[in-house]
Design a protein around this ligand. Structure first.
Ligand SMILES: C[S@@+](CC[C@H](N)C(=O)[O-])C[C@H]1O[C@@H](n2cnc3c(N)ncnc32)[C@H](O)[C@@H]1O
Length: 349
């Protein structure tokens, strides 16, 4: 099998945050039904309305962000060389203003609503209190989201990936190259391949042009390369990579998670390691995604999927606000149960 670096990415556009609309509109409908038909539960109805209202506001903010993102390339073209030169020395991971500020705006709207409520209807203070609590949660979520802009990611767990000075590492779902740049920081003379469909509508240009831009600033041009393709059908031969890393991608894959893990195993050399950073249910994720965070895949489910794919679990912890699982392809297919062996070694440490 040859490396197909020119494969066109699938044309479908992913809209992973459409659920904001769904919960917002369903919640508004449920709240209204309760208020009209079950007046005795009016407090519950109003609470649902307020909670759903936040999601509608969030959805509007995110939709505006997408719209603004679509205008950004045009604005840059109008600005010409001057506009591009202004950011030529800065990393840009392509996150639109809505992603960076949406939760903060929702928090401010919540605080304004809480103040209005307590002044105009003091008896509804529990609702006002709920709004303030939600606003605080949104503010925390916003701080977490803003961390995505940072390039100075903690990279220590990535050093556990390396097996030599000349490793070839896969950044699975590289986007605009945030993790590729981090990998570049730990490698002496190795190379990184960034694989992505480059069609995410929440990253400017899907990230392809920004990937090259960021590599140039990081001084990695020539040592890293972008490949367009899908994680569930990777355009690489078996055993191609010494190791792989991925941040905030496999949790976006829906029903494709198991297929992507199987593909990752396939393209790794025996003994190769995969560092997978994902969001899992927990308090910090509740701040970012409220009730939706409860539907994220749990740590136990990830461990189970990794083992079912044939990986051995080496380590797990948190890194850059995400939970990570460091897993390893057994040294040979004959060593069935090698996963259990690594697990046992871990438990006796
Ligand atoms: C949240 S972004 C993370 C990007 C980058 N890893 C980072 O940490 O900044 C998720 C990335 O996964 C990519 N992606 C999602 N599903 C994919 C698939 N099936 N195949 C290839 N890339 C995919 C998206 O295009 C997007 O660039």
């Amino acid at each position: 099998m040859t490396l197909n670096t020119n494969a066109a990415p699938p044309t479908s556009r992913r809209r992973p945050h459409g659920h904001m609309w769904l919960v917002g509109l369903l919640g508004v409908a449920a709240g209204l039904v309760l208020l009209v038909y079950v007046p005795t539960l009016s407090l519950v109805g109003r609470s649902i309305l307020l909670f759903a209202g936040f999601h509608v506001v969030g959805a509007i903010v995110l939709a505006s962000s997408l719209w603004a993102s679509a205008l950004r390339p045009l604005a840059r073209r109008w600005m010409g060389a001057e506009g591009r030169a202004a950011r030529a020395d800065r990393f840009d991971f392509g996150w639109g203003p809505g992603w960076m500020n949406g939760l903060a705006i929702a928090g401010l709207v919540g605080l304004a609503a809480a103040t209005t409520l307590i002044v105009t209807a003091p008896t509804l203070w529990p609702l006002s209190f709920l709004l303030v609590a939600l606003s605080v949660v949104f503010a925390v979520g916003n701080l977490i989201m803003r961390g995505f802009r940072r390039v100075d990611q903690a990279v220590l767990p990535m050093t556990d990936l390396l097996s030599g000075d000349h490793d070839l590492i896969l950044d699975a779902g590289c986007g605009a190259g945030r993790t590729t740049v981090a990998l570049g920081r730990i490698m002496k003379a190795g190379r990184v391949i960034g694989l992505d469909r480059f069609d995410a509508d929440y990253i400017d240009d899907g990230g392809r042009a920004l990937f090259d831009h960021n590599l140039k600033i990081a001084g990695l041009t020539g040592r890293a390369e972008a490949v367009a393709g899908d994680l569930t059908a990777m355009p690489f031969p078996d055993g191609h990579f010494d190791a792989s890393a991925s941040t905030h991608v496999y949790d976006h894959l829906g029903s494709g998670k198991a297929a992507a893990l199987a593909e990752t195993l396939r393209v790794l050399k025996p003994g190769g390691r995969f560092l997978m950073g994902v969001w899992v249910p927990g308090w910090s994720m509740f701040a970012v995604g409220s009730v939706f965070s409860l539907f994220l895949t749990s740590k136990a489910a990830w461990r189970g999927m990794a083992k079912s794919a044939g990986f051995a679990i080496v380590e797990e912890d948190t890194m850059n606000g995400a939970w990570f699982l460091l897993i390893e392809k057994p040294a040979s297919s004959a060593s069935a149960g090698a996963g259990d062996e690594v697990d046992r070694r871990l438990q006796t440490r």
